[in-house]
Design a protein around this ligand. Structure first.
Ligand SMILES: [Zn+2]
Length: 404
């Protein structure tokens, strides 16, 4: 098995065509292909794969002839999940911090800086092993595209090496030197912002597609976040923002103003924030694993959806505040506690994630898209929320090759 967004030579897709038949419910995310709903559902469906792409979807009875045939056994097929927010370049363990938090005990040594110290001390091989272990873990749960960030190195060398390692395994690499002010610079945050927008950016830009900043009290304020994002944009990186997670702040408005692909967290929003999101291209990425793992208030997905905002759902997988790689778990939380319908949550974890990465070649099962598919051991996608905690993903195709 290989990692999401990576093709090893051994699994390069053949050009033979394969039809997957006997699909009880197919989620295409293309309304014109299915029942005209956002999920574009087709019952008694088939999908034809050729090489690494989907070439046909429709009712099984109309499927064209192919070289190979796979029987889905009356199960559901949906696009592989697109997890557009994770932090997998880390070392160390924060079990005790989590245990203390959940036990109502204070724990003074915790926080991002614990992970920074461990990450700096780790070898390249250790960092890469941790990354691929979690990418593989996510793949087994149906995630076929996964973004990941730096942000636990916070020196020029440590940020650049994290991104260099990440770029070997995913196309969706984000430079997050502005995660927190590095411990060496706590007395002079301005000097750290200069580093992040100068020498560190120069070292990191070749490996990254995105630039991100944690815009929050205790991290970076609006002016600092703007400086980070505009410097990254000038180097060809596209902005995304950790915005309004712990409190109200300027992050969401800044994200929309700078046409960031995504404003992530969006837990504390004013009406003006919601309005800005509804009128811009910026996706609101909700990360309920973080609220679950910190017992924080849930983001209000219903409010965003009712305002017409595009919503993505992601794991925020990281060792401190959300140590889950499971998109199905996040779907269940979003339905149970954030006011999303099962259909909306599944859309947000597939097409929504793709929108948050400004991609149209993933997150849908339609001709021309990558053949990235998840086969559920259930007759419909609704079971992802209906059967929380159950490992329903029975098969995964990535780039046309069955990898699980
Ligand atoms: Zn994050």
């Amino acid at each position: 098995m290989s990692s999401p967004s990576t093709a090893s030579p051994a699994e390069s897709a053949s050009t033979a065509s394969t039809v997957i038949t006997n699909i009880a419910t197919l989620v295409t995310n293309d309304p014109s292909l299915g029942d005209r709903s956002p999920l574009g559902l087709i019952q008694s469906a088939a999908v034809v794969i050729e090489g690494d792409r989907v070439v046909w979807t429709g009712e099984e009875s109309k499927a064209p002839a192919t070289d190979n045939r796979v029987d889905a056994g009356g199960r559901a097929v949906l696009p592989g999940f697109v997890d557009s927010h994770s932090h997998l370049l880390f070392a160390g363990d924060r079990t005790e911090e989590f245990n203390a938090r959940m036990s109502g005990r204070s724990y003074s040594a915790g926080g991002i800086r614990t992970t920074v110290a461990a990450t700096r001390a780790a070898s390249d091989a250790d960092l890469e092993r941790t990354l691929t272990r979690h990418l593989d873990e996510a793949l087994r749960q149906g995630t076929t595209t996964m973004e990941t960030k730096s942000g636990y190195g916070l020196t020029v060398e440590d940020e650049a090496r994290a991104l260099r390692i990440a770029a070997r395994h995913t196309d969706e690499v984000t430079y997050l030197g502005a995660h927190v002010v590095a411990p060496e610079h706590t007395e002079d945050p301005a000097a750290y912002v200069s580093l992040v927008t100068g020498e560190m950016l120069d070292a990191c830009a070749p490996y990254a597609r995105w630039i991100d900043v944690f815009c929050e009290r205790g991290a970076f304020d609006g002016d600092q976040a703007r400086a980070v994002l505009t410097a990254g944009r000038a180097r060809g990186l596209h902005p995304r923002v950790h915005a309004n997670q712990l409190s109200h702040g300027p992050g969401v408005q800044l994200a929309v103003e700078l046409d960031a692909a995504s404003a992530d967290h969006c837990t504390h929003l004013t009406d003006a924030d919601v309005d800005a999101l509804a009128h811009g291209r910026t996706v609101a990425t909700l990360l309920p694993g973080a609220e679950f793992s910190t017992r924080a208030p849930w983001p209000d997905a219903r409010r965003l959806l009712d305002a017409g905002v595009t919503v993505a759902l992601s794991t925020d997988c990281n060792p401190g505040s959300s140590f889950t790689s499971s998109v199905p778990f996040c779907i269940a939380l979003a339905v149970r506690d954030m006011g999303m319908t099962p259909d909306e949550a599944v859309w947000s974890a597939t097409a929504g994630g793709a929108a948050a990465l400004r991609r149209t070649d993933v997150g849908r099962v339609a001709p021309g898209a990558y053949a990235d598919l998840a086969l559920l051991d259930a007759p419909s996608h609704v079971h992802l929320a209906y059967r929380p905690g159950v490992p329903l993903v029975r098969g995964v195709w990535r780039r046309g090759v069955r990898v699980v």
